[in-house]
Design a protein around this ligand. Sequence first.
Ligand code: SF4
Ligand SMILES: [Zn+2]
Length: 128
Amino acid sequence: MKGTKTQKTPKELKAWEKEKKLIPVMIKKYCHGKHGTRGEELCEECRALTEYALFRLEKCPFNVNKKFCSFCKIHCYKPDMRGKIKDVMKWSGPRMIFTHPVFAMGHVFQMIKYKKKLKKEEKAESDV
Ligand code: SF4
Ligand SMILES: [Zn+2]
């Protein structure tokens, strides 16, 4: 039927869109585990971190075919927020295997692939 189609996310923005959904999930998991919150509740610090991370993501200049923030050359986070999000990733990342196994395995696979690609590029540069 005309006009009822939901708009599809362009392929090159899919990783970026996925991150927008997953960052709040990972922060919530962390907040529940580390700060004792429950349900949809978040502590003040984690609420601020969620807003900040989503804001940075919205402004990300590398949203097309987005790669990993941890390998980003400009890293746009303030140092304190960067430390906090690193803690969240470290804590929630391995736990995602139980609640979001497809994402978690896909993420690990993409990370390995990306690291290999970076190594290849570095080698090619040093061979010149
Ligand atoms: S760290 Fe880099 S990739 Fe991550 S949101 Fe900031 S600019 Fe984008
Ligand atoms: Zn918290």
